[in-house]
Write a protein that binds this ligand. Structure first.
Ligand SMILES: [Fe+2]
Length: 367
């Protein structure tokens, strides 16, 4: 059985108090009475009444003052005001102050019961609404927390996937480099150099990653060039050169259908093009060559000149800079050359050192 609703009746007229007490008790409410505002307020302070039925015109503290005090102490308690016909103005004023309804004297008990039920129904709805809202807010907060947790998981997964892609590509490029013993670490170095120049030219992610991958895989097509040509100690015949020059297109075909390498693939196809249009396979000119490939052309020369060769030792950066500047506007894009020249020797040396440490770690892992 639920607890009966607790109602306080406040009136200075004993007859009305008794009438309401009897009528409302008969309807199943648990009732208490007070003969004026002071007593009423005291009882409201110490007991949790759901509803107060209060006269307006009383000595000591009148109903309107009492109403204001009630609302301060127990804002959730509903209050019905009782008024004589002449007090309708005050009744309306008390509604503005938070009373939920009023009854005009004389009233009959049926009228009182309906008004009380309506007030309690309103109170119930308000409470339910508040609880519903609270539950809703809690659910929203839970969902938001769950969503951001899932987001973090997806981000972490994506990051791991990216790292895994990168590691795979780097392993492939390193494997390709080892086929040509002269160029250990070459692909990783030119990829890092290309990114350094691209960043200097204002390129940002995700383009930087595409450029990195394009430079890293630039010679992937050499996988289709026979050892007899690729590792031939002497000069290549014209026919062998034709074969050798197929490697950008072979690389382009190998990477076909790999979505995340779509932009990198264009760099692979264009990495042997030159700014003045004398390169291959398409003889592209100027800005028609993808930026990544234009940058690659410059740093490929840098790496070739500053690496040891069987027939000569590595040359200083200064020599590479002079050579690159000499061909600015011909073989190389002048804007790329400008950005390249802005990067100090120390930075190139640092990238070189970092990549070679990495190559060393990889080779220790593999053998
Ligand atoms: Fe190449």
């Amino acid at each position: 059985m639920p607890e009966p609703t607790h109602i306080l009746i406040v009136d200075d007229d004993q007859a009305i108090r008794d009438l309401l007490l009897e009528g409302l008790s008969d309807s199943g409410y648990r009732c208490d009475t007070a003969c004026d505002g002071v007593e009423g307020l005291k009882k409201v302070r110490t007991n949790g009444f759901q509803l107060v039925v209060s006269d307006i015109d009383m000595p000591e503290m009148d109903g309107v003052n009492l109403l204001q005090e009630f609302k301060k102490v127990r804002p959730d308690t509903e209050i019905i005001m009782l008024t004589g016909v002449v007090d309708v103005e005050i009744a309306i004023q008390s509604m503005r102050l938070g009373a939920c309804d009023y009854l005009t004297k004389p009233f009959n008990l049926a009228e009182v019961r309906i008004t009380v039920e309506r007030a309690l129904e309103k109170q119930r709805l308000l409470r339910e609404n508040r609880e519903y809202q609270k539950t809703l807010e809690m659910k929203v907060a839970e969902r938001t927390a769950e969503l951001s947790r899932k987001n973090r998981e997806v981000e972490e997964l994506f990051r791991r996937l990216q790292t895994s892609y990168q590691t795979t590509l780097e392993a492939l490029a390193t494997a390709l480099d080892t086929r040509d013993t002269e160029t250990l670490g070459h692909s990783l170095r030119v990829a890092a150099y290309t990114v350094a120049v691209a960043r200097r030219m204002g390129v940002r992610e995700p383009d930087l990653t595409d450029i990195y991958r394009g430079a890293l895989l630039h010679d992937v097509g050499k996988i289709g060039i026979p050892d007899a040509i690729l590792r031939k100690p002497g000069k290549l015949t014209p026919e062998e050169w034709v074969e050798m020059r197929r490697h950008p297109e072979i690389g382009y075909r190998i990477l076909h259908g790999i979505n995340f390498l779509e932009a990198a693939r264009e760099i692979v196809l264009s990495h042997q093009e030159t700014y003045d249009g004398s390169g291959y396979p398409r003889g592209l000119k100027g800005k028609d060559i993808p930026l990544g490939a234009r940058i690659f052309a410059v740093v490929d020369t840098l790496d070739a000149m500053t690496s040891d060769r069987p027939y000569r030792k590595a040359l200083p950066y200064e020599a590479a800079r002079a050579e690159i500047l000499k061909f600015s506007g011909a073989q190389f894009d002048p804007e790329v050359v400008k950005a390249f020249l802005e990067i100090p020797d120390g930075e190139w040396a640092e990238i070189h050192h970092r990549v070679m440490q990495d190559v060393l770690v990889r080779s220790q892992m593999h053998f």
